[in-house]
Design a protein around this ligand. Structure first.
Ligand code: GDP
Ligand code: MG
Length: 441
């Protein structure tokens, strides 16, 4: 996919004369790639027309960087399509909010409910989970297991078959217990679709949720629009969560879901585990959609931020996929030296929102310095290792003592390392573009 877009832009920039046909050919090629990424036909068509309108032939003919101009136009256009123009309802900590999850069976609702609860719990909320899926056998057990693992209160029943009754009882109970985020998990399958939507309508009318979240599997393809629209027509969907973004799907269906529900995407699911959950960020998502690779922006930043003499070595290590603590240390150093915190790693999906929230650069910087102090107390063996299991209790205690930090802080640093190493490993085998080749998307 990325290949075909890059090729299309390359061909276009090689053409001596840029006329309507050259641009059309290029856009057709890109459209094919977007269709393959499950972007709806109608939206691809719309994008094509918009770009033809935006891109000025004079500018192209004047020999400006043609690829850049088109690339930017496409990128911006897709970003616009992901922006419904108004933010979703945002629950406030300490105030009761009822959030209802809807979506087809298997889309990831139950998993996502827990992730959503866990995410907020870590930030000091008091979430609670209500299982209003009485349709699928084992639904309550699944939620119960998830909730117990995360130590989140839950409500459900093995006996009761009326989802509306359970939803209402659960919400009432947790309101009394002063929980501030009441999350209702619902069923996704019925013998008849009409019955499912009727059930969703009833649960919604009985519990009056402040927010209804539509959960969508990123791999559902062209069906996304109709599916999202069908839910929106029955319940007041106000936000979208796209799951399974860790798979191969590029997630073009997400554009359809935004269009059909006129609601923003708020989170994405990136794995089966509780913490594999990220605040949605438009730009990395669009990069992925375009097959630019999640990493092209990241690479560009490496060229900008990492000192030239360190680049070949770093890129080599990247393509090997091994991430040692020493590499982490060196990258922290680069980030601090450049005073450009957030620049490099903010390009990596998963790193951005959590590690360096916008407007909190000072705190992040302090955190990085703290991490580095602890790493200063590590041995060479430890720094060059890429095996977190090496860090047994006595090593952790030694590092804590040596750096004057707590054991908890050392563990936090190692957790961060593990997280980064996981992201880093995704780059294994990546073909590294040389400087100057970056513009080819
Ligand atoms: P529900 O039927 O909508 O409640 O869906 P579930 O929450 O039961 O999820 C269905 C399957 O998808 C389960 O095996 C989950 O572990 C899996 N799943 C959910 N979200 C993700 C995700 O973000 N990534 C991956 N890889 N799997 C997920
Ligand atoms: Mg479920």
């Amino acid at each position: 996919l990325g290949g075909s877009i890059a090729r299309a832009l390359q061909q276009m920039s090689n053409a001596t004369i840029i006329d309507e046909k050259v641009l059309s050919d290029c856009l057709n090629e890109i459209s094919r790639a977007l269709l393959q990424a499950d972007v709806q036909f109608k939206m691809v068509r719309e994008m094509q027309l918009n770009i033809k309108r935006i891109v000025s032939f004079d500018e192209l003919a004047a020999g400006h960087n043609k690829r850049r101009i088109i690339q930017k136009a496409i990128f911006d256009e897709l970003c616009n399509m992901l922006d419904p123009g108004k933010p979703s309802y945002t629950p406030k900590k300490g105030k009761t909010s009822v959030v209802m999850f809807v979506g087809l069976q298997g889309s990831g609702k139950t998993t996502t409910c827990t992730k959503y609860a866990y995410y907020h719990q870590k930030k000091g909320w008091k979430p609670a989970l209500v299982c209003a899926d009485t349709f699928r056998a084992g639904a309550f057990d699944q939620l119960k297991q998830n909730a117990t693992k995360a130590k989140i209160p839950f409500y459900g029943s093995y006996m009761e078959s009326d989802p509306v009754k359970i939803a209402v009882e659960g919400v009432e109970r947790f309101k009394k217990e002063n929980c501030d985020l009441l999350i209702i998990d619902t069923s996704g399958r019925h013998k008849q679709e009409a019955a499912l939507f009727e059930e969703m309508r009833q649960v919604s009318e009985a519990t009056k949720p402040d927010l209804v979240i539509f959960v969508m599997d990123s791999s559902i393809g062209q069906a996304a629009f109709d599916q999202a629209q069908a839910f929106k027509q029955n319940v007041p969907v106000g936000a979208v969560i796209v799951t399974k973004m860790d798979g191969h799907a590029k997630g073009g269906g997400a554009l359809s879901a935004v269009a059909a529900t006129k609601s923003p995407i708020i989170f994405i699911g990136t794995g089966e585990h509780m913490d594999e959950f990220e605040v949605f960020d438009v730009k990395p998502f669009v990069s992925r959609l375009l097959g630019m690779g999640d990493w092209s922006g990241f690479m560009e930043k490496i060229h900008e931020v990492v000192p030239t003499d360190q680049q070949p070595e770093l890129l080599q290590k990247l393509s090997e996929g091994t991430f040692t603590l020493r590499i982490m240390y060196e990258q922290f150093q680069n980030i601090l030296n450049m005073g450009s915190l957030g620049q490099v790693f903010s390009m990596i999906p998963g790193f951005n929102a959590e590690f360096m929230p916008k407007g909190r650069e000072k705190e992040s910087q302090a955190r990085i310095k703290r991490f580095m102090t602890m790493m200063d107390s590590m041995t060479n063996e430890e720094l060059d290792s890429s095996n977190p299991k090496l860090f047994n209790e006595s090593r952790i205690m030694r590092i804590a003592r040596g750096s004057g930090r707590s054991v908890g802080e050392v563990i936090e640093m190692l957790e961060e390392y593990k997280r980064l190493a996981k992201l880093w490993s995704k780059m294994k085998g990546l073909k590294i573009p040389k400087k100057g080749e970056m513009s080819a998307l």
